[in-house]
Design a protein around this ligand. Sequence first.
Ligand code: SF4
Length: 368
Amino acid sequence: MRFIDEYRDGETARRYAEEIKRITTRTWTLMEICGGQTHSIIKSGIESLLPAEIQLLHGPGCPVCVTPLEIIDKAIAIASRSDVIFTSFGDMLRVPGSHKDLLSVKAEGGDVRMVYSPLDALTIAKNNPDKRVVFFAVGFETTAPANAMAVKEARKQSIVNFSILSSHVLVPPAIAAILSSSTNKVQGLLAAGHVCTVMGYEEYFPLAEQYKVPIVVTGFEPVDILQGIYMTVKQLEEGRYEVENQYSRSVRREGNPAARALLKEVFAVIDRKWRGIGEIPSSGFGLSELYTEFDAEQIFGVESIEVQEPAVCIAGDVLRGIRKPQECPAFGNECKPEHPLGAPMVSSEGACAAYYNYKRIRNTIATQ
Ligand code: SF4
C-alpha cells in the first residue's frame, strides 16, 4: 500500500540505522513525543537497531496517559447520573479513577456507551431528547477539530441536550515544560506528525531557538522514525538546532487552516493539569465563551472535584522521560494491562503497556 509499505521496508530501515551509526560520535538523548511513535519504536524493535550512544526517551504524547485522575472521577460522577448517557472512545472506559472506571459504572447500570466519533454522540443526543448526552473529549490537537465540529453542529441543529467533558491538551507547552525542567535530559525531539498535520510547526521554532534543541516533525512508521532520528542526530552532530519536517507527505508548515480556524472559534487556550506532571500553563483547550453552554463540567457542577494520584505510580516520571516503565516497582506485578494502576498501562499508546506487551519484560519478571 502506498505510503505504508515503503515506510515499513526492512532494507530501507537497516540503511538508515547504518547511517545513524556512521554519523554518531558521542552519546545523545532523544525524545519521541507521541505515544503512537513509542508504540511503533517498541513494536518494531527500533532501539535494537540504534548504536548504544543513542538513547530514546518516551514523552507525554499518549492522551489517555496524561488525562488527570480527577477528570476520570468527574466523568464517573457524570456517567453515574440516571439522566445521562455518557459516551466515550473505548480506551477511556478502562482508565482507573480513584475508586473505579467507567466500565464499572456501566456494570452498575449506568448508561455508558462506546462511540467511534463525537458525531455519533451527537446522533445519540438527537435520538434521546429526554436524556443529557455527554461526550468525553480527550486528546491532543489531533482529535480536537472533530470535537469542535460536534459542538458547532449541536449549536447549528439546536441539540441542547449535548455537551462535552473537555480534557484536551496541547503539545508545545508540554515540550517547553520538559525542556525547562532542571531534570531534563532531552537533547533532540521527534515532534508528532499528526499534531503538526493539524497545527503546522510554526510554534516549534521559538522552542528550538530558546532551548537549543533540534526538533524534527516525524511520522509513525518504522522508516519514518529512523529517518527522524537520523535527521535529529545529524543536526546534533553538526551543532545545529533547527526545526525540520520528515513527515512532509502529510505536514505543511501552516498546518490545516480550516481546522485551526474551527479550533480558535470553539475552544480557548487554558491552563491544564497533566496526569503525573501537574498543571502546565496554557496547555489545554476548554470551551470558548461562545460555547460555554456545551461545557459538561459547568452543567453538572463537577469543577471542584480534586484527587491525589496513587503514590506507587511513577507515570509522571515515565511521561517526562526521567525513568523507564520497568523502573516502576509496580510494573508487571501489581500493574499489568489486565489490572492497570496508571493510565500508561491502559492505552496501547502508553509506554508501560508498550514495554509490557512488546519487550517481553513480563517473561523476565515471571521467571524471577
Ligand atoms: S507500571 Fe503502572 S504503576 Fe508503574 S508507572 Fe506504569 S502505569 Fe504507573
